[in-house]
Ligand binder design. Structure first.
Ligand code: DGY
Length: 321
C-alpha cells in the first residue's frame, strides 16, 4: 500500500472535510484551532508534504524563505490568496491552490444581507428591540433607504460579482460594473461596463466590492474615490479589508457622504475596527461571507481535490502558483 502523504490542516474544518482528509492522508490537526505564527508554520513544514491552510495563516516572503524543502503544496481553504506571497512560493517551487466558485453563492448572500442591513438600519433596529429601548412607533421612525430600482456598482465582476449582480437584479437594481476586462454579453446580462472605477462610482447608489486584494487594489476606496459617489451612497465590502482606507470610510460616514456601509472584512482581523462601532449606520459582520455548512464542505472538498490531483501527479485544477 502506498504511503499516504502527510498533511497539516491548519484550522478546524468541517467534519466531512476532516473525515475525507483522514481517509486519504496522514493528517496533523490543530486541536485548539488557533492561529500559528510564522515560526510555528516553518517548524511544521519540516514534518509535512502538504498544508491545507485558511486565510488566517500568513505565508510572507520571510516565512516562505524558511519553509522546509519537504513541503510541496499549499492547498488553501479560501478563494483569496493575499495571505500567500505567490511570487516567493512559486520561486521555491511550492504549488499553491485556492477554492474558487464554491463560495460565490454564500458570499453574495452575505453581500446582500450587508446591503439590506445597511440600507434598512438593521444593526440599529436589532439593538433597539434587543435592549428594550423600543418604546414608540411613528411613520417617521427608523426610515431607511430603499434599494429596489437603485443602481448597484460592482467592482470586480468575477464569480462572486456575477452572482451578486444576479441577486441585485432580483431587487430590480440596475447593474453597473468595473472589471479588468469587459464581460461577454452572455455573462454581463445587460450590466453597464465602466472602464474606470471612477466612472463606475459616479454612477451608482450602492457599491459592492468583489475584487481580490492585490498591490493594485489596496486602498482602492480612499477619500478621493468615496467623494465620487452620490451623497448618501452605500458601500458594501465582502472582499478584503485592505480594499478600503478605514479612516477615509469613517470620515465619509461622519460627513454623510456615505449614507451607510455594510462591512464583513476589516484591516484588522479578528477584531475589526473599534471606531466603526460608534456608527449605527455601519452594519458589520465578522468575516463570515463563506460561512455556511454547505460552503464549508465544498471548500474543504475543493482543497482536497487539488491535493489529490497533485499527489496523483496531475495539475491541480485551481493552481495559482
Ligand atoms: C476566502 O475564501 O477568501 C474567504 O475570505 C474565506 O477565507
Amino acid at each position: 500500500m502506498p504511503v499516504k502523504p502527510t498533511l497539516w490542516i491548519s484550522r478546524k474544518l468541517s467534519d466531512n472535510t476532516l473525515a475525507r482528509a483522514a481517509r486519504d492522508y496522514e493528517v496533523i490537526l490543530n486541536a485548539q484551532d488557533r492561529v500559528y505564527s510564522g515560526d510555528e508554520i516553518i517548524a511544521m513544514s519540516a514534518d509535512v508534504d502538504a498544508i491545507l491552510p485558511c486565510h488566517s495563516e500568513l505565508f510572507s516572503a520571510d516565512v516562505v524563505a524558511r519553509l522546509s524543502d519537504r513541503l510541496k503544496i499549499i492547498a488553501n481553504h479560501s478563494v483569496g490568496v493575499d495571505h500567500c506571497d505567490l511570487g516567493a512560493l512559486g520561486a521555491r517551487g511550492i504549488v499553491v491552490t485556492n477554492t474558487p466558485d464554491v463560495l460565490s453563492d454564500a458570499t453574495a448572500e452575505i453581500a446582500m444581507l450587508l446591503l439590506l442591513g445597511a440600507a434598512r438600519r438593521a444593526a440599529e433596529g436589532d439593538q433597539m428591540v434587543r435592549s428594550g429601548a423600543w418604546t414608540e412607533w411613528s411613520p417617521s421612525f427608523m426610515v431607511g433607504t430603499q434599494v429596489t430600482g437603485k443602481r448597484i456598482g460592482i467592482v470586480g465582476m468575477g464569480r462572486v460579482g456575477q452572482v451578486m449582480a444576479r441577486r441585485a437584479r432580483g431587487f430590480d437594481m440596475e447593474v453597473h460594473y468595473h472589471n479588468r476586462s469587459r464581460l461577454a454579453d452572455e455573462l454581463a446580462h445587460g450590466a453597464v461596463y465602466h472602464d474606470t472605477v471612477e466612472g463606475l462610482l459616479a454612477n451608482c447608489d450602492v457599491v459592492s466590492l468583489h475584487c481580490p486584494a492585490t498591490p493594485e487594489t489596496t486602498g482602492l476606496m480612499n477619500a478621493q474615490r468615496l467623494a465620487l459617489l452620490p451623497a448618501g451612497a452605500i458601500l458594501v465590502n465582502t472582499a478584503r479589508g485592505a480594499l478600503v482606507v478605514e479612516d477615509d470610510l469613517l470620515a465619509a460616514i461622519e460627513t454623510g457622504r456615505l449614507g451607510a456601509a455594510g462591512i464583513d472584512c476589516f484591516m484588522t482581523e479578528p477584531g475589526g475596527n473599534p471606531k466603526f462601532a460608534a456608527h449605527p449606520n455601519i452594519f458589520m459582520l465578522p468575516h463570515i461571507g463563506s460561512a455556511t455548512r454547505e460552503t464549508r464542505d465544498a471548500m474543504g472538498f475543493r482543497a482536497l481535490d487539488n491535493l489529490d490531483a497533485f499527489f496523483a501527479g496531475r495539475e491541480p485544477g485551481d493552481k495559482v502558483a
